[in-house]
Design a protein around this ligand. Structure first.
Ligand code: PHE
Length: 467
C-alpha cells in the first residue's frame, strides 16, 4: 500500500468516524444542522404565544436584547468548548476543566435534566402538530369561524387518550431516528426543508397581512408598551432566548464538537441567530394580524397557533393544501429540535454507562413517556393538579426555560470567562490565528466574562422575586 493509499484509507476511517459521531461535512452543513436545532416549535409556537401573553413589542425588545447580550455569547462559548474538546457535553466539560476536582461536568448533567423537562412538554406540542397534519388532510379544520377552530383544538387536548397517543407517536418517530444515528439524510433534508419553511411562512404572512383589520396585529407586534414589562416577563424573554437558541444545557456543546476546525465560530453563530430570529418574526407576522382580523385573543397562550393558523388557511385559495404543508413542515422543524434535545441524555447514558445507543434511546423514550404523560394530561385528567400554582405542562416549561437554562448559561459563561481563560478562548475563536478577528474575539470575551453572567444573574433573581 502506498503512502497516499494509506492516507486515503485513514482519511476514510476518520471520515467514517466523524460520520458515526454525526460530524458535519461542510460549513454550510454545520450552519443548517445548528439552525435545525434552533428552529422549531420555539419559533412557531412559543415565540408567538409568549409575545401574546406578555404584551407584544416590549417583550420582543427585551427578547432581542437577551438574544444579543446573553444568547449569542453563551452559544459561542458552548460551540467553542465543544469544538475544542470534540466530545459530548459532560465529557467536554470534564476535558476543558483546569482541574479534575472542579465539578464543571455538572453543567452537562444539569443539561440532561433540562432536556428531559423540555422534551416532556415539547413532545406533547409536537403531538398536536402531528395530529393537525391528519386533521388538516381530512379538512375538518378548515373554518374561518374561530369558535370552530378553538373547539377542534379543545377536543384534541382535553381527550386524555388522544393527547397521550399523539405524544407516543412522536416519541416512537424520534426514537427510531435517533437509534439510526443522525444520518446524512436528515441533515440533507433539513437543508432543503428549512428554506421551504421560510417560503411557506412568507405565503402565510402575505395572506395574514392582507386580511381586513390586519394592521392592529402589526401595531401589537411593533408598538412597545413598556408598562407591560415586569421582572417575570423579562425573565420569560430571557428564558425564551435560551430555549430558542438551544443553549444553557449542552446541546450546542455537542453540536460544536461536530463543527469543522476551519469554521468561523462568531460568523456562523451570528448567522444562526439571525436566521432563527427571522423565522420567529415571520411566525409572529403570520399569526398576529390574523388574530386581530378574526377577533381572537392575542393572549390565548399555547393554543394560539392551533386556532389562528387554520383560520388563516381557511380564508385563502387552496388553503387546505397549504395547511397540510404548513403542519408537515412544523412537524419536521420540531423533529430536528427534538433530535438535538434527546441526543443529550442518550449520549450521556451511552458514555457514562456504556449503554448501546438503541438501549439508551429506548430507556430515554420510556422515561419521557412517563414524565411526558404528566404534561399530556395537564388539559384533561390532571387539569386541577398544580405545583406552585402551575399545571405540569406549564411547570416543566417554566422550570426548564426560566430556571435550568439560565442557571446553565450563567455557569457556562463564568467558566469560560474566569476558568477557561482568554488564551484558550482566543485560540479556538481565531482558528489558531488564521482568522484576523482578534478585536472582535476580545470584545466577545469581555462580554462573556463581565456582562453576560451578571445580566443572567440579575434577571434570574429579579424574575424569581428575590429582589
Ligand atoms: N430551540 C428549539 C426550538 O426553538 C428547542 C430546543 C431547546 C432544542 C433546547 C434543543 C435544546 O424549538
Amino acid at each position: 500500500m502506498t503512502v497516499s493509499d494509506q492516507e486515503k484509507q485513514s482519511g476514510k476511517t476518520n471520515a467514517a468516524k466523524m460520520l458515526q459521531r454525526g460530524g458535519f461535512a461542510t460549513a454550510l452543513g454545520a450552519l443548517f444542522a445548528t439552525l435545525g436545532s434552533a428552529v422549531g416549535l420555539g419559533n412557531i409556537w412559543k415565540f408567538p404565544s409568549e409575545t401574546g401573553t406578555s404584551g407584544g413589542a416590549a417583550f420582543i425588545i427585551v427578547y432581542l436584547l437577551a438574544t444579543l447580550l446573553v444568547g449569542l455569547p453563551v452559544m459561542i462559548s458552548e460551540i467553542a468548548m465543544g469544538r475544542s474538546a470534540r466530545a459530548n457535553a459532560i465529557e467536554t466539560m470534564r476535558k476543558v476543566s483546569p482541574s479534575k476536582k472542579q465539578p464543571w461536568w455538572l453543567i452537562g448533567a444539569g443539561g440532561a435534566l433540562a432536556a428531559f423537562l423540555i422534551m416532556a412538554f415539547y413532545t406533547e406540542v409536537a403531538g398536536w402538530v402531528f395530529a393537525y397534519i391528519f386533521k388538516s388532510i381530512s379538512g375538518s379544520l378548515l373554518s374561518t369561524d374561530p369558535n370552530v377552530t378553538s373547539q377542534a383544538f379543545a377536543d384534541l387536548i382535553s381527550n386524555p387518550w388522544q393527547a397521550l397517543l399523539w405524544q407516543w407517536v412522536v416519541l416512537v418517530v424520534i426514537t427510531i431516528i435517533i437509534i439510526r444515528g443522525v444520518s446524512r439524510g436528515i441533515e440533507a433534508t433539513a437543508k432543503r426543508l428549512i428554506p421551504l419553511l421560510f417560503v411557506l411562512l412568507l405565503i402565510v404572512d402575505i395572506r395574514s397581512l392582507t386580511l381586513p383589520g390586519a394592521v392592529e396585529g402589526l401595531k401589537f407586534l411593533f408598538t412597545p408598551d413598556f408598562s407591560k414589562l415586569t421582572g417575570a416577563t423579562i425573565l420569560a424573554a430571557m428564558g425564551l432566548a435560551f430555549f430558542k437558541l438551544s443553549i444553557g444545557m449542552g446541546t450546542m456543546i455537542t453540536y460544536g464538537s461536530y463543527w469543522k476546525d476551519d469554521q468561523n465560530i462568531p460568523g456562523t453563530t451570528t448567522r444562526v441567530m439571525l436566521a432563527d430570529l427571522l423565522v420567529s418574526m415571520l411566525a409572529g407576522i403570520a399569526i398576529f394580524p390574523a388574530v386581530f382580523a378574526f377577533g381572537l385573543q392575542a393572549d390565548a397562550g399555547p393554543s394560539l397557533l392551533f386556532i389562528t393558523i387554520p383560520a388563516v388557511f381557511a380564508s385563502m385559495p387552496f388553503g387546505g393544501v397549504f395547511m397540510v404543508l404548513f403542519f408537515v413542515l412544523a412537524a419536521v422543524a420540531a423533529t430536528g429540535a427534538m433530535l438535538s434535545l434527546i441526543e443529550v441524555p442518550v449520549a450521556f447514558l451511552n458514555e457514562q454507562f456504556n449503554l448501546p445507543r438503541a438501549t439508551g434511546a429506548i430507556i430515554t423514550a420510556v422515561l419521557l413517556a412517563l414524565i411526558g404523560s404528566l404534561a399530556a394530561l395537564s388539559s384533561s385528567v390532571l387539569a386541577d393538579v398544580t405545583v406552585f400554582g402551575k399545571n405540569f405542562f406549564d411547570l416543566f416549561d417554566f422550570l426548564s426555560s426560566n430556571i435550568l437554562l439560565p442557571v446553565g448559561g450563567f455557569f457556562i459563561t463564568v467558566f469560560v470567562g474566569w476558568f477557561w481563560g482568554y488564551d484558550k478562548f482566543r485560540q479556538v475563536l481565531t482558528n489558531r490565528g488564521t482568522l484576523k478577528n482578534d478585536k472582535l474575539v476580545r470584545a466577545i470575551f469581555l462580554l462573556i466574562k463581565f456582562i453576560t453572567p451578571l445580566l443572567v444573574l440579575v434577571v434570574l433573581l429579579n424574575g424569581l422575586g428575590v429582589f
